[in-house]
Write a protein that binds this ligand. Structure first.
Ligand code: G
Ligand code: G
Ligand code: MN
Ligand code: NA
Length: 254
């Protein structure tokens, strides 16, 4: 309860920040960044984003927090576009709870308009570990988001209880293979190899993009590249970076 109050204060004071983790294509070019929430708490230093999201969901702050994350990251992306990274895209995590808000779609539209950012640069990630089907209107809202040109990704794919149902019934564009499968890609773990190959095969059949997350070693990368995964994300390439670090590394100073 104290923390919820502090989270409200943090939102006001500007103690929440976003980090950005690069996502690479097959050529090794950075094609997108995933915005990840960080809370710089005076006392506890870093509070884990899982806890922050959990608190926000329980307190109802998630609606405003989610909108803040979207607005902040879209502004940042626009800035990077203007600094020369014109084709960079943005991945933003959505809490499934945000679909309880019937104004979600119009809020997303309003932010894009305010920032003057085309919807084609925005990809919203929906975690598969929550039952999105249990929320009334969630599928309608997804179709509306898609209709305005936003892409939809299924995050943590394979960890939920309805992976195939999500693929079958939701208007998705991208699958993000859960990192737990990536981490088990040892030479002798034939099941992990089979699972990953199948996910990639399925994605191709349905013309969905497939991203592997949690890539930590060159071995992980090699195997995924061999299986023709489209995009790659993980500490092996880049950790989530502060906007300054991202800028210093990837934007040529003029
Ligand atoms: O950044 P990190 O890997 O520690 O994130 C941990 C979890 O918190 C991940 O599941 C991630 O999807 C989630 N997360 C991080 N930032 C956000 C956010 O802005 N919104 C939502 N809903 N989840 C987030
Ligand atoms: O669930 P989601 O994919 O949104 O989670 C993103 C989280 O994964 C972020 O908190 C990020 O810090 C973390 N992450 C990204 N790449 C790696 C990685 O290679 N290894 C580990 N352990 N975590 C990662
Ligand atoms: Mn994610
Ligand atoms: Na994930």
């Amino acid at each position: 309860v104290v923390l919820i109050h502090e989270l409200k204060m943090a939102m006001k004071k500007g103690d929440l920040t976003l980090f950005y983790q690069p996502i690479l294509n097959k050529k090794g070019e950075i094609v997108s960044v995933e915005a990840l929430l960080r809370w710089n708490h005076d006392q506890y230093k870093f509070v884990s984003p899982e806890l922050v999201i959990d608190l926000a969901e329980k307190s109802g702050l998630i609606f405003d927090l989610g909108e803040w994350v979207l607005r902040e990251s879209c502004h940042q992306l626009k800035d990077w576009h203007q600094q020369g990274l014109e084709s960079l895209k943005l991945n933003v995590n959505l809490s499934p709870m945000q679909f309880l808000d019937n104004t979600l779609v119009s809020r997303v539209e309003a932010v894009l308009q305010e920032v003057d950012l085309s919807s084609k640069y925005l990809e919203l990630e929906l975690t598969e570990t929550f039952d999105i089907f249990s929320i009334k209107n969630s599928i309608d809202q997804l179709y509306k988001l898609k209709a305005i040109g936003v892409s939809i990704a299924i995050d943590d794919f394979g960890m939920g209880f309805s992976s195939f149902k999500c693929i079958h019934q939701l208007p998705i564009d991208q699958i993000k293979i859960d990192r737990s499968f990536v981490w088990k890609l040892h030479a002798d773990d034939y099941k992990s190899h089979a699972i990953i190959k199948s996910i990639i095969y399925l994605a191709k059949e349905l013309q969905l993009e497939v991203v592997a997350e949690g890539i930590e070693t060159s071995k992980h990368y090699q195997v995924l590249a061999e299986y023709a995964c489209d995009k790659f994300q993980g500490y092996y390439f880049h950790k989530p970076l502060s906007h300054m670090d991202f800028q210093n590394q990837f934007i040529l100073q003029t």
